[in-house]
Ligand binder design. Structure first.
Ligand SMILES: Nc1nc2c(c(=O)[nH]1)N[C@H]1C(S)=C(S)[C@@H](COP(=O)(O)OP(=O)(O)OC[C@H]3O[C@@H](n4cnc5c(=O)[nH]c(N)nc54)[C@H](O)[C@@H]3O)O[C@H]1N2
Ligand SMILES: Nc1nc2c(c(=O)[nH]1)N[C@H]1C(S)=C(S)[C@@H](COP(=O)(O)OP(=O)(O)OC[C@H]3O[C@@H](n4cnc5c(=O)[nH]c(N)nc54)[C@H](O)[C@@H]3O)O[C@H]1N2
Ligand code: SF4
Ligand SMILES: [Mo]
Length: 720
């Protein structure tokens, strides 16, 4: 914290937590407040990179719409300010009552992206539930890319991981766009200075193949861009695998040693002839062959997915086939290879050049819906609205939303609204009145990033170097606000419960500091937290992990064609079209609505801020100009977009980068009205079009939030 005279500006090192990318920043602080933010030019991996969102943090911290005090709903539906102490007293007493009346499962929490960017919010929520033995811990992971948490366990985990990005000769990117999202799967291009890093990778000869129905900022840099019909990724991947297998381009020696069932995979993809795949995906056959050869003839580099295919029909299958392609091409780190990321913040695990024996996929607590189970210690957000609305043993009665916005983000908006209204207690921790906060009994005002100590807990396994960073709080707290973990600590204390962490029980007598909590939550990490704190923005070449030899007794192998995967591949052939996975006749719903991200917002958040709002306060429905011509549409026209479940209105905007038959639209816009009368000002939420009980993944419950079959009708032509 500043030691200079109050009016003077002092500069502090921190990192941005607007999104997960954790770009290092210099913060100018005056009178305890941030006044300017810059990238850090000499950072070894970011080299000064920031984006427009991060640079708005000073305005975010002091914006008039920021809640500086918690709020309590009055009986008439309006809100009044309440001190954080009274809010915790009242909420704690209500939770204790709900716990005593209905049992631990009745108290749920949901951490969204606003909590995910806080290195203590997720661990604290998890510990809170463990403290009274409640399974009802939910996060946005299970409406994002949950197949990444389940598919690898079924193929088999290679302890040393798949190839690094740094020396990849080829990258196959299925439905992600790091230029805008700063996101890439492990081994893919990350948001750490993505433009420069991609340019350098291409200079050293890396080939890029992008599969995306839109010619995105990333796709336009690709050597091969395949723009399939959305939702046909499993077919396309099966087609690519067939070319690789038929032409013998896989790693024979590796498969002989490590893959149990290559012949079964060859058999399962045999139906996916080039002609069939090209026609069904509407991609030139030559391009499919060229992509397969380009990928498989390289020595290093991986295939990986983003949110596009992870939200489309058969998302688990697409993830599986992407991993299977990496596996049969032997794209794993071998004995003596170096791991690119440092994996410093979590306990060290063995990194041998072998398959790990354990096979856990969905082994969590049983859900009451659709025979599903929790995955990796959390329950499925795709079921939470029904867990709230369905009476009986285990019904959820209280929900704490930690930095999330269910009303516009969860699948099926109408169902979600019903659930929010049905709760006996809804607590929303958010610094603004979000569409979800409108329904809360209490809105708890949180600290914002610069007021907290943090470590880059999400990027740790994505940094393309063994890099560490840490930030302390660099500004003073505005108002009567609590860090997320403090909310859970205060509530646990009042409920007579505990917060167990890897480092032991949290002291419940005196409230600890952020740093003490980081020590507890990240105890046993590969790099001790004191060392992390002493090493900001540092690459540690001396701590690079080197892959060790396989255990000579290791008998575990990859299974690239388990029975249910083979059965699902046969099913997609029978279906003939992605829409049929949802039980929909594709001829009645000829368009596919795909999700995308926008540079100037993070999901539902950002357009309050002046520079971000100036970039647009609504989510256009981007369409190919030829489709618009066919429907007599021009920019600014209003259409109604119908799925079998519901409809949303969309403001049409022409986009030649979107393939025909596709509407590309960002999610989590609009408000809580189901009729979109303010669509021109605030947009509309595509999540309203989503069904939770059609076409869901049988293991992780993921629903279809992209490649949604839709039809359109004109609502209003603007004056022309
Ligand atoms: N149809 C469709 N649906 C989707 C998606 C899609 O592509 N298509 N994407 C899915 C994905 S990937 C995700 S991750 C989810 C997003 O789902 P959510 O995470 O539930 O939604 P967000 O809009 O990111 O909500 C973040 C909230 O955190 C608040 N916030 C920001 N900073 C802070 C902070 O420091 N502290 C606290 N307490 N709050 C803060 C913001 O004001 C905002 O209200 O939506 C999913 N839903
Ligand atoms: N600026 C910004 N950054 C963000 C976010 C944001 O809202 N704004 N959100 C953050 C969040 S929560 C997440 S999870 C990450 C996500 O990061 P990404 O996965 O990179 O998200 P997108 O940029 O939406 O890229 C998804 C791509 O998939 C394509 N796509 C859609 N449907 C299909 C399909 O069926 N098949 C194929 N092959 N492609 C398809 C879309 O056209 C789009 O280009 O981004 C994070 N970063
Ligand atoms: S990319 Fe993400 S972390 Fe980096 S400046 Fe932008 S919002 Fe912040
Ligand atoms: Mo996400």
């Amino acid at each position: 914290m500043s030691t200079t005279a109050d009016h003077e500006i002092s500069t502090h090192l921190s990192f941005c937590r607007f999104c997960h990318a954790s770009c290092p920043i210099e913060v100018d602080v005056q009178e305890g407040r941030a006044v300017a933010i810059r990238g850090v030019a000499d950072d070894p991996i970011f080299a000064g990179y920031t984006c427009i969102k991060g640079r708005q943090i000073p305005e975010q911290m002091t914006h008039p719409s920021r809640l500086l005090s918690s709020l309590r709903r009055r009986p008439d539906g309006t809100f009044e300010e309440i001190s954080s102490t009274s809010a915790m007293d009242e909420i704690g007493a209500k939770l204790r009552h709900i716990l005593d009346t209905y049992g631990p499962r009745a108290i749920a929490s949901y951490t969204g992206t606003g909590g995910y960017q806080n290195s203590l919010a997720v661990p604290a929520a998890r510990a809170f539930h463990q403290g009274f033995d409640s399974p009802s811990f939910y996060t946005s992971v299970t409406i994002d890319q949950p197949a990444k948490s389940t598919a690898p366990f079924r193929v088999g985990i290679w302890e040393a991981g798949y190839h690094n990005f740094s020396d990849a000769e080829v990258l196959l990117a299925i439905g992600y766009n790091p230029m805008v999202s700063s996101f890439g799967p492990v081994g893919g291009l990350q948001g750490t200075n993505p433009y420069v890093v991609l340019r350098e990778a291409k200079k050293r000869g890396m080939k890029l193949i992008v599969i995306d129905p839109r010619r995105t900022e990333f796709a336009s840099q690709a050597d091969i861009h395949l723009a399939p019909k959305p939702g046909e990724d499993p077919t396309l991947m099966a087609g690519i695998l067939k070319v690789v297998i038929d032409e013998g381009l896989f790693d024979h020696e590796f498969c002989d040693q490590w893959v149990a069932d290559l012949p079964q995979l060859a058999d399962a993809v045999s139906a996916f002839t080039l002609e069939y795949v090209a026609k069904r995906c509407d991609v030139p056959a030559d391009d499919i062959v060229a992509a397969a050869r380009m990928f498989a003839s390289a020595k290093k580099g991986t295939s990986g997915t983003g949110t596009g295919p992870s939200m489309a029909p058969h998302s688990g299958l697409t993830e599986h086939l992407s991993i299977a392609l990496n596996t049969i091409c032997g794209r794993v780190n071998r004995e003596g290879d170096k791991l690119e990321s440092g994996y410093f913040l979590y306990p060290e695990t063995p990194r041998r050049a072998q398959v790990h024996a354990a096979r856990l996929a969905a082994s969590g607590a049983p859900s009451r819906m659709r025979n599903l189970r929790g995955i990796r210690g959390e329950m499925l957000t795709t079921t939470l609205a029904e867990e709230i609305l369905t009476p009986g043993e285990g019904q959820v009665r209280a929900l704490i939303v930690s930095g999330g916005n269910p009303v516009v983000a969860w699948p099926d908006q109408e169902l979600t609204l019903k659930a929010m209204k049905d709760l006996e207690l809804l607590v929303v921790i958010d610094h603004r009145m979000s569409s979800t906060a409108e329904f809360a009994h209490y809105v708890v005002a949180p600290t914002l990033s610069l007021e907290r100590a943090d470590i880059p807990h999400l990027m740790d396994r994505w940094f393309r170097a063994p890099y560490t960073n840490y930030t302390d709080a660099v500004t003073e707290r505005e108002g009567d606000v609590l860090n997320e973990w403090e909310v859970f600590w205060e509530l646990a204390k009042r409920m007579g419960s505990t917060l167990p962490f890897p480092g032991g029980q949290t002291p419940m007598d005196v409230r600890p500091t952020d740093d003490q909590m980081i020590d507890l939550a990240y105890a046993g990490s590969r790099m001790p937290m004191d060392e992390v704190r002493a090493n900001r923005r540092k690459v540690h070449p001396d701590k690079t992990m080197t892959v060790s030899a396989a255990d000579p007794d290791c008998t575990a192998k990859f299974t690239v064609a388990p029975d249910d995967i083979v059965a699902e591949m046969a099913e997609i052939v029978v279906e003939g079209d992605g829409a049929a996975a949802l039980g929909i006749d594709p001829s009645l719903y000829p368009f596919r609505l795909v999700s995308r991200r926008l540079k100037h917002v993070l999901n539902s958040y950002g357009s309050d801020l002046s520079a971000l709002g100036a970039k647009g306060s609504s989510n256009s429905a981007y369409m190919n100009p030829d489709d618009m011509k066919d429907h007599d549409l021009v920019d600014g026209d209003l259409i109604e977009i119908f799925s079998p479940r519901a409809s949303v209105q969309g403001l049409v905007e022409s986009a030649p980068d979107v393939r025909r038959g596709v509407i590309s639209m960002a999610h989590s816009w609009g408000g809580s009205s189901l009729t979109d009368e303010k669509v021109r000002d605030i947009g509309s939420p595509t999540s309203r079009l989503v069904s939770v009980d059609k076409g869901y993944d049988r293991i992780n419950g993921m629903v279809v939030q992209s490649a949604i079959p839709v039809r359109i009708a004109v609502v209003e032509h603007i004056n022309r």
